[in-house]
Design a protein around this ligand. Structure first.
Ligand SMILES: CC(=O)N[C@@H]1[C@@H](OP(=O)(O)OP(=O)(O)OC[C@H]2O[C@@H](n3ccc(=O)[nH]c3=O)[C@H](O)[C@@H]2O)O[C@H](CO)[C@@H](O)[C@@H]1O
Length: 381
């Protein structure tokens, strides 16, 4: 007897965080008897994506080429739509899955919609309600929300955001964030991250790359980091620098040549998680790091004026400090000097998930696909 045809799923990844957050789901789908998965890398962060996927023993099946120097967001979107349209027409997937809020995921959802291919959105429902902050991600989230058939919301707050926008209750599933799956998978395997020359220092892990922080805000953040390193000889700051030239050039010009600040290229995921584990606390504007750190019980000071991740703030394990010099310095000194404050940050469970989000998404999709027989959607192409 012929075995039933597997459901063909294209998982689209464009950037480093998408690779990390999609990897556990791709692995879980490939472990089923019913799904056949193709990984499409849009080429938005070409080398970082491949490097990140390799941590999970994954490689892209198809790589698009969309990046050009100094390209506008419109030009990037046009190229993404063209490449993804060509890819979906050739591959004829039954469904497409994408994660988060990048221009890649927005283009993937739109290209799938035009071909009438159902789209599943992972990490659905995050909102700041401010289209300028983060730009253009907040708009991408809203657009993808309207294009998606299934919304995998990481938290109940994200679910509420989607309900407020009129999404039907039975299209939204609260699953936790797949980044906790990726973190737990990796944290058990990573070697210690040691700097013998700083053996007597507490490490502050520092990352910053958001578009809204480029320019004066980034200068203020770096000024605060340098001030802290000057003030205290019992700390050292590790800053894996994002490859965006606007960040990289400024970071090296403001912070290089300090004896207790170490700038490095982006770390491999396993090393970054090791660095998080070895850190005393974390200064960051990254979304993913806000979601990861609570599972490792590491306090996070968020270098943004608002966040679409209020769960950590409400739980008291992350704190918004913005890009203001005094606010960053004062909150950092509090964590360094006040044991009670430090302990209050590093307690409790993560509000972002239990490490089983991918498993939940796979089970939900399996049930939904069986019910609606989406397996025939490729016939429409
Ligand atoms: C506006 C916003 O918040 N948008 C987010 C944005 O992602 P982000 O801000 O989280 O992006 P990054 O900070 O670049 O990545 C973080 C990951 O990278 C790892 N890392 C970091 C430094 C390093 O040297 N080596 C590493 O391995 C680290 O552990 C972490 O997991 O896009 C996502 C995709 O759609 C969205 O989900 C998400 O909302």
């Amino acid at each position: 007897m012929q075995s039933p045809r597997r459901i063909k799923i294209i998982c689209v990844v464009g950037t480093r965080p998408e690779a990390i957050k999609m990897a556990p789901l791709i692995i879980a789908l490939r472990n089923t008897h019913w799904a056949s998965v193709r990984i499409v890398s849009t080429g938005q962060h070409p080398f970082l994506v491949e490097k990140m996927l390799s941590n999970f023993s994954l490689t892209p099946d198809l790589i698009c080429e969309v990046m050009k120097p100094n390209q506008s967001l419109t030009k990037l979107t046009i190229r993404l739509l063209g490449e993804l349209d060509r890819c979906f027409q050739a591959e004829k997937p039954d469904i497409v899955i994408g994660q988060g809020d990048t221009t890649s995921v927005m283009a993937a959802a739109l290209a799938a919609f035009y071909l009438r291919i159902p789209f599943a959105h992972v990490e659905a429902g995050l909102r700041t309600r401010d289209y300028e902050n983060p730009f253009p991600e907040e708009m991408n989230r809203v657009l993808v929300g309207d294009l998606a058939q299934w919304h995998f919301a990481p938290t109940e707050i994200a679910q509420r955001n989607l309900l407020e926008e009129g999404k039907s209750v039975d299209s939204i599933y609260v699953t936790g964030n797949t980044i906790v799956d990726a973190l737990l998978y990796t944290a058990g395997r990573c070697p210690p991250f040691d700097f013998p020359e700083f053996a007597n220092c507490r490490m502050i892990l520092f990352t910053a790359h958001r578009r809204e922080n480029i320019g004066q805000p980034f200068f203020e953040i770096c000024r605060a980091a340098r001030y802290l390193a000057d003030l205290r000889d019992d700390i050292f700051i590790l800053f894996p620098v994002h490859p965006n030239p606007a960040i990289k050039d400024a970071a090296y010009s403001y912070l290089s040549n300090h004896p207790r600040i170490r700038l490095t290229p982006p770390l491999d995921y396993i090393d970054f998680i090791a660095a998080m584990k070895s850190s005393f606390f974390i200064l960051t504007d990254s979304g993913g790091v806000q979601e990861e750190a609570p599972s490792l019980r590491k306090p996070v000071l968020v270098l943004r004026n608002e966040t679409e991740r209020p769960e950590g703030i409400e739980a008291g394990v992350t704190k918004l400090v913005g890009c203001d010099f005094d606010s960053i310095v004062n909150s950092s000194l509090q964590l360094l000097d006040d044991d009670a404050v430090y302990k209050s940050f590093s307690r409790g469970n993560s509000p972002y998930g239990d490490g089983r989000a991918s498993e939940k998404i796979v089970n939900i999709l399996h049930k939904a696909l069986a019910k609606h027989s989406y397996a025939h959607s490729s016939d429409r192409l």
